[in-house]
Design a protein around this ligand. Structure first.
Ligand code: AMP
Length: 371
């Protein structure tokens, strides 16, 4: 059996993709679950709808995207009652993300009881980051007691595109060092040494690091204390401010990079500044990860912005020739797979991410039927 169903549950959505090997047989999105006029009343109904409309016979596994695996899951895991209980225990670490995945897991186990269910964690690829890249300089006991540390996210994407980059360079994974820049609605940068993540920009949650569509990325934590004490904002409101009303959204009122770039082209100074802030943060992380890795073979852009925006790629890496980084304007403008000139010390790549395919392959690996 080579068929794998991949489920990605959001709080009000169910994204699915059915694979046979690496071929996509069907895919879809059930939206506004539980909302008036939405596609389904709850996740159970959504999955039932999927089962009624898509032939799910002969499934080898169902692969579930789970955002947070904490320090309990360092690889994809076949789901048992214990695994569900542990993911439940991790909800406080990812209150905005894990509950939806749990719902999906539970419903799929009930409706497809004979099919192995595999949890594939966004955090797992980053389990190889050494302690000095994981721990923050705060009270050791408090950190240990409350699980305060970097976990990192977008792991399936960073794993997939870093491996693809090695393949494109024709080098063994174990000898390839890559900086991967996943720039979508959520964004993160990762340093990958020999196929293993050694640094990443997201932290305990997907809020830190790069400037994103609606998330702030790195800020001084004192901002939170100040807003609470001086502006009198309750903590939930500050969380909402930093996760939903910040990033490009906060800077310009638009969370979509395409709109921000159009406004910038029309001479909008807020949009122009937002673009500069976005690109500068990227350069800061690229510089940091060049130093972490020491030797870098490639820098790879992926996800919605990374795959489609020559302007952002030029903005992030332009003028770095002295560091061995050159972006060829023609190749960049055409979104080619390699956008640096031939013979550059560091190859700059654009690799479309395939998170669902990676989840399907992880699910197959986890049940031991890799073929
Ligand atoms: P993702 O989360 O990977 O689906 O990425 C979604 C984001 O990609 C959207 O919010 C857009 O801002 C961005 N995007 C898609 N196409 C383009 C484009 N041609 N130029 C700039 N940004 C784009």
């Amino acid at each position: 059996m080579t068929r794998v169903l991949v489920l990605n549950c959001g709080s009000s959505s169910l994204r699915y993709r059915l694979f046979d090997g690496s071929d996509v047989l069907t895919k879809g999105l059930i939206q506004r679950i539980g909302e008036a006029g939405g596609d389904a009343a709850d996740h159970r109904e959504a999955l039932q709808r999927l089962m009624d409309t898509v032939d799910l016979t002969g499934l080898a596994a169902v692969g579930h995207r789970v955002v947070h695996g904490g320090d309990r899951f360092t690889s994809s895991t076949v789901v048992t009652d214990d695994v569900v209980a542990t993911i439940e225990e991790l909800v406080p670490l990812a209150p905005l993300h894990n509950p939806a995945a749990l719902t999906g897991l539970e419903v799929a186990r009930k409706l497809l009881p004979e099919v192995p269910q595999v949890a594939v964690f966004d955090t797992a690829f980053h389990a190889t980051i050494p302690p000095e890249g994981v721990r923050w300089a705060i009270d050791r006991e408090v950190a240990e007691r409350w699980g305060i540390r970097r976990y990192g996210f977008h792991g399936t994407s960073h794993a997939y595109v870093s491996r693809e980059t090695g393949r494109m360079l024709g080098k063994p994974v174990a000898e390839t060092n890559v900086i991967t820049l996943h720039l979508g609605n959520g964004s993160s940068a990762t340093a990958v040494r020999g196929g293993r993540s050694v640094a990443t920009s997201m932290g305990m949650s997907p809020l830190s690091g790069l400037v994103m569509g609606t998330r702030s990325g790195d800020i001084d934590p004192s901002v939170v204390f100040h807003l609470h004490r001086e502006a009198g904002l309750p903590i939930d409101e500050i969380e909402e401010l930093l996760t939903r009303r910040s990033g490009l959204q906060g800077l310009t009122g638009d969370n979509d990079m395409r709109t921000v770039l159009e406004r910038r082209d029309q001479g909008d100074s807020e949009a122009a500044l937002a673009f500069e802030i976005y690109c500068r943060r990227l350069r800061e992380y690229v510089g940091a990860y060049l130093a972490v890795l020491g030797r870098v073979d490639a820098i790879t852009f992926t996800a919605g912005v990374g795959e489609n925006s020559p302007v952002v790629r030029e903005g992030a890496l332009g003028g770095l020739e002295a560091l061995g980084i050159t972006v060829d304007p023609d190749r960049n403008g055409r979104n080619e797979l390699i956008i640096s000139p031939d013979g550059s010390p560091i190859t700059v790549c654009v690799v479309p991410t395939e998170e669902e395919l990676e989840i399907a392959e992880e699910a197959r690996r986890a049940i031991g039927s890799e073929s």
